[in-house]
Design a protein around this ligand. Structure first.
Ligand SMILES: O=C(O)CCC(=O)C(=O)O
Length: 241
């Protein structure tokens, strides 16, 4: 896997420019290089290694514990019913779900068991308070489970009313190649290797940008007991009263 240094990236709408150690940007013919980071959208923040190994293990454990009552299920695309390559569950008062019949939406209960989504771990609540800059708590924390073959196509998160709130994302387990583009589907994409413990914040302009995951690097972490990658994305769904 190409790695060219350890850097921290933050664009001005997202807060201060960080310093410290982190993972890696990479370059390819189709994607931008580290030298292009100034063209990243405002409001993008990358906090590498935000969670240490102990915290990563605690988060992975909390997810596996939650999965006993709200098991990972296989979501389906609206209309076509095509299965996504990730499985999903949620924490919080609301959870993001999708199926053939009703499509993308937020629901208070698991689509198969009818169980309420569990409360999120305190580590996530604290992270939101620290980095989102939003005056109300997140309502949904989607947990995506990736195997080696899983991908997440380029998309913009559009199912929330509170589009002024950042989306805060935590990576656990195997490394993944995250892609961040612009507001147009065909805009140039930047690629960033996300490692276990890394946090990404999509606020400001970045909140309205295409993003996705086009590769998983299997066997690159032991944080998730059975291997693979878990990604948590925290979102405010409704506009606070
Ligand atoms: O897995 C990731 O890093 C990104 C997840 C994502 O884009 C989403 O859940 O909307």
């Amino acid at each position: 896997m190409p790695e060219i240094g350890r850097i921290v990236i933050s664009r001005k709408g997202g807060g201060r420019i960080n310093s410290g150690v982190c993972s890696a940007f990479l370059a390819s013919a189709k994607t931008s290089s580290i030298l292009d980071w100034m063209s990243l959208p405002d409001g993008f923040r990358y906090l590498p290694g935000h969670f240490d190994r102990t915290q990563q293990t605690a988060l992975a454990g909390a997810i596996l514990e939650a999965a006993k009552t709200v098991p990972f299920y296989r979501p389906r695309m609206p209309r076509t019913g095509q299965a996504l390559s990730v499985t999903m569950t949620n924490f919080g008062p609301l959870g993001w779900v999708t199926d053939k019949e009703k499509g993308y939406r937020y629901e208070a209960v698991h689509p198969e068991t009818g169980a309420a989504w569990p409360d999120p771990p305190d580590l996530l609540t604290r992270l939101w308070d620290e980095v989102s800059g939003y005056p109300a708590p997140f309502e949904a924390c989607l947990v995506n489970c990736y195997t080696e073959a899983s991908r997440m196509g380029l998309h913009i998160d559009r199912d929330e009313e509170a589009t002024d709130a950042a989306v805060v994302s935590v990576s656990l387990g195997d490394k993944a190649r995250f892609q961040l583009g612009g507001p147009g589907r065909k805009d140039k994409t930047h690629s960033l290797i996300l490692s276990s413990g890394d946090v990404v914040v999509l606020g400001g302009e970045a909140r309205r940008c295409y993003h996705g995951v086009d590769r998983i690097y299997p066997g690159t972490s032991t944080v998730v007991p059975d291997g693979g990658r878990l990604n948590l994305t925290m979102r405010r769904v409704t506009i606070p009263a």
